[in-house]
Design a binder for this molecule. Structure first.
Ligand SMILES: CC(C)(COP(=O)(O)OP(=O)(O)OC[C@H]1O[C@@H](n2cnc3c(N)ncnc32)[C@H](O)[C@@H]1OP(=O)(O)O)[C@@H](O)C(=O)NCCC(=O)NCCS
Length: 87
């Protein structure tokens, strides 16, 4: 969380493969949101590569919406999706 920005950013959410499907990511997201709300942010942003369909699916299910597509943002030829959730 950067106090100079008007939004919080969640960076790199990964659950170890053998533990997936057990609600771990949901628990981590709930904890992150509790901290974010406590810090008075009203908007949360995540950046997800177009190649990470599982991560995109997870965040869309969690109430995030696509706000921007950024081609070549980190890797040439790969588009990054910027997703946002208003709290
Ligand atoms: C996406 C990821 C974080 C999900 O972790 P998880 O612990 O298995 O997720 P959960 O078990 O907490 O599932 C939470 C919810 O999201 C849903 N969900 C999980 N993966 C999903 C997917 N691929 N598509 C749609 N929904 C999905 C679940 O159905 C569940 O919904 P429910 O609450 O209604 O039951 C995990 O698959 C992962 O780490 N993937 C690789 C991440 C990665 O590469 N990160 C680097 C780039 S950011």
């Amino acid at each position: 969380m950067n106090p100079n920005k008007s939004y919080a950013k969640i960076s790199t959410l990964i659950v170890t493969e053998e533990y997936r499907g057990n609600g771990v990511a949901n628990i981590l997201l709930d904890k992150a949101f509790a901290l974010i709300v406590k810090s008075d942010f009203s908007e949360v942003v995540v950046t997800v590569s177009e190649t990470k369909e599982d991560v995109l699916g997870f965040f869309m299910c969690a109430g995030f919406h696509l706000i921007k597509k950024c081609p070549d943002k980190y890797v040439k030829g790969i588009t990054e999706f910027i997703l946002r959730r208003i709290i």
